[in-house]
Design a protein around this ligand. Structure first.
Ligand SMILES: NC(=O)c1ccc[n+]([C@@H]2O[C@H](COP(=O)([O-])OP(=O)(O)OC[C@H]3O[C@@H](n4cnc5c(N)ncnc54)[C@H](OP(=O)(O)O)[C@@H]3O)[C@@H](O)[C@H]2O)c1
Length: 303
């Protein structure tokens, strides 16, 4: 467990080694004293580990960035996904109550079925298409039922300069193969893990100054501004990579747009993943950058 010191809140972060978790460790250090836990220190499948760590750290705020995120694999291990994404959230919330902590938790666009034509607002009907989406929705419900101050931040299409994500996979494959076929009929907003973490820090700061008012409790959408398809995301990432000095002389794949039906996966994905983030702007004065600006920032520093 690592602790960073500054005046302020005691914050417990889970999922330290994930895309969002590793960025949170940095961003939240400006807000308080962060204890960031990886799976070794806090395995969410262990109820007593959750209770012990919360008792030991006695946080005022818990930010839960750990999750079972293997969307396709979840179809064949639903109990495990449910254990981490829903049951562990209930245990974490109960443990938070014993020390009076507020909880910030992340969820996903996959709680929706994507049949809406316009961006989803927080109050829209949920209807997950996959085991992962259902387990995340159950996690949202478990937190809401706990009766503690909480925020559920639903995001989408998370990527960054490290970890396992679409951006890094596509850039690698594009340098290895002559042609890549990419789904063009799912629309959403690629969201940089660092933008999520920085926004979370700003939200945490504001919420704490409001004494973690339960009146702010609820679900919020937090994605990059703008929209694209997976094809559009890949096209922009490769365009930026091709003009970077690090990729000099590399020949990149030709991209071919395809329909979801031509790329079957174990888990079905929503066609429309757009999330309306107006509530976040209204309640926390928090606005996320446009997806293209953040992709450019990430690709710019890749080696
Ligand atoms: N990735 C996306 O595209 C996406 C989209 C929408 C919403 N979200 C949500 O955003 C949040 C952050 O996602 P992310 O992209 O940062 O995920 P990630 O990179 O997959 O990181 C998840 C972290 O959770 C940890 N973890 C998994 N099982 C655990 C367990 N039993 N005990 C403790 N830790 C465990 C993993 O540990 P190991 O490193 O040991 O495996 C990993 O470090 C999650 O709530 C996710 O559902 C993600």
């Amino acid at each position: 467990m690592k602790a960073k010191h500054s005046d302020g809140l005691r914050i417990l972060v889970t999922g330290r080694d994930g895309q969002v978790g590793r960025e949170l460790t940095r961003s939240l250090a400006k807000v308080g004293e962060v204890t960031a836990t990886g799976r070794d220190e806090l395995d969410l499948t262990s109820d007593h580990a959750i209770r012990d760590v919360v008792q030991e750290v006695r946080p005022q705020l818990i930010v839960n960035a750990a999750a079972y995120t293997a969307v396709d694999k979840a179809e064949s291990e639903p109990d495990f996904a449910q254990r981490i994404n829903a049951e562990a959230v209930a245990t974490l919330a109960a443990a938070a109550e014993t020390v009076g902590a507020a909880v910030i938790h992340y969820s996903t666009d996959y709680v929706f079925d994507g049949s809406k034509e316009t961006p989803y607002v927080e109050s829209d009907r949920t209807h997950p298409l996959s085991v992962y989406g259902r387990s995340k929705l159950d996690g949202e419900k478990a937190l809401a039922a706990a009766g503690i101050p909480y925020l559920v931040l639903r995001t989408s299409w998370v990527y960054g300069g490290e970890g396992k994500n679409f951006l890094l996979t596509i850039l690698r494959l594009a340098a290895e193969r002559p042609v890549l076929r990419i789904v063009d009929d799912q629309i959403g907003a690629p969201t940089w893990s660092r933008d999520i973490a920085q926004a979370t820090a700003s939200i945490a700061e504001r919420w704490r100054h409001g004494k973690f008012a339960a009146t702010k409790s609820g679900v919020y959408h937090i994605t990059a501004a703008g929209k694209t398809s997976w094809y559009g995301f890949a096209e922009e990432a490769i365009r930026l990579r091709a003009i970077s000095a690090a990729a000099k002389g590399t020949k990149f794949a030709r991209l071919v747009p395809i329909a979801s039906a031509d790329y079957p996966t174990p888990a079905e994905r929503p066609r429309n993943s757009q999330l309306d983030c107006a509530k976040l702007a209204r309640e926390f004065d928090c606005r996320m950058p446009d997806w293209k600006a953040s992709v450019a920032a990430v690709v710019h520093v890749l080696q």
